[in-house]
Design a protein around this ligand. Structure first.
Ligand code: FMN
Length: 335
């Protein structure tokens, strides 16, 4: 039976167990101010934040959403790989994680309509002029040329990530940021090749995955983070998410990183969870996040076939040693 401590190899890359730290930007009041930082610099405190979680026995750390383009800076204190000068700092984080026997991964993002205007130069980008929330400004609709340029920026950031030592590149395709906002039939009202049908709405994300996978080659796995809960009210369905995942795998994604608001909740009208449905639908390992901080639930998610890896976010912020405590405390699941 699959256990938290079971090793796994994905496309030649070995993971010592199934425990993942998902990407988490450092803006939580749970974190000391020196870790939060102010301008996205890679300080010793930031490196130590990640090293501690690797040293606890986590098998994969996906470093927080890191911006690929100055127009997509979502947070003033967010990490950046927008030019080559950022490689050295980002490499110090990857080296610290690797030195503890953990695989260093990184999430790449364009913040799109959810950028903090103070961080991204004042103008936010989106698929259409639809604000992401009542309090946010209306974004400017990106042109096809800008979409091509942003795809190039993701590809360049993939090259920099590999140069910095990251072995898994996670495209941020969730939570309403630029690529995800294209999926929503409410936020995306375009009538060009990026709007209208589900195939058109996922074209941008699939193109980014394809280009990044080509850039990474055998040097790093390509993953894509996707979510459903933030788009259900927009009419984006579980079936749409499964189709999206299949298209992403066809485009070159080797891992699907599924973000949920409750990993063990069954889908409406079904006995299955989204993780179970996804694993039945795509031939790629699934990382699953969402309320799995109780080690017994994390173990049950693996044993019950909901996931190949379990990601614990807030649990690892509260307790840097979550992985070691969990691995020694779980009893085999009955599922
Ligand atoms: C402080 C904080 C920062 C986060 N930053 C990111 C991020 O950079 N990228 C991302 O995809 N998700 C982000 N998330 C979501 C987490 O990766 C995770 O999916 C979510 O917290 C659910 O897992 P949990 O219930 O174990 O906390 C963040 C969550 C928190 C609490």
């Amino acid at each position: 039976m699959l256990e938290l401590t079971s090793p796994i190899c994905v496309a030649g890359l070995s993971f010592r167990n199934r425990i993942v730290m998902p990407p988490m930007v450092r803006m939580s009041p749970l974190m000391p101010p020196e870790v939060v930082g102010v301008d996205g610099s890679v300080t010793p405190a930031v490196v130590e934040h990640y090293r501690l979680r690797a040293a606890a026995g986590t098998s994969l750390i996906i470093v927080e959403a890191t911006c690929v383009d100055p127009t997509g800076r979502a947070w003033c204190n967010g990490l950046n790989l927008t030019d080559d000068t950022h490689i050295e700092g980002m490499a110090r984080i990857a080296e610290a994680i690797s030195a503890e026997g953990c695989v260093p991964g990184i999430q790449l993002v364009h913040g799109g309509p959810q950028c903090d205007p103070a961080a991204c130069g004042g103008v936010t980008f989106g698929p259409s002029r639809v604000a992401p929330s009542k309090s946010a400004q209306r974004p400017r609709a990106v042109t096809p040329d800008e979409i091509a340029a942003i795809t190039d920026r993701f590809t360049a950031a993939a090259r920099r990530s590999v140069a910095a030592g990251y072995r898994l590149l996670d495209v941020h395709g969730a939570h309403g940021y630029l690529l995800d906002s294209f999926l929503s039939p409410v936020r995306n009202t375009r009538d060009d090749e990026y709007g209208g049908t589900p195939e058109n709405r996922r074209r941008f994300m699939c193109d980014v995955v394809r280009r990044m996978a080509m850039e990474a080659g055998d040097a790093a796995l390509t993953a894509c983070r996707i979510s459903l809960f933030n788009k259900l009210a927009d009419g984006f369905t579980p079936a749409d998410l499964l189709d999206l995942a299949a298209a992403l795998v066809q485009s070159g994604a080797q891992v699907i990183d599924l973000s949920t608001d409750g990993a063990l909740k069954p889908l409406p009208g079904s006995d299955q969870t989204l993780g179970q449905a996804l694993r039945a639908h795509v031939r790629a390992p699934v990382i699953l996040a969402g309320e799995l901080q109780d080690p017994q639930n994390a173990q049950a998610a693996l044993a019950g076939g909901h996931a190949d890896f379990v990601a614990v976010g807030r649990g690892m912020l509260w307790d840097a040693a979550w992985a070691s405590t969990a691995a020694s405390s779980v009893t085999p699941s009955q599922d």
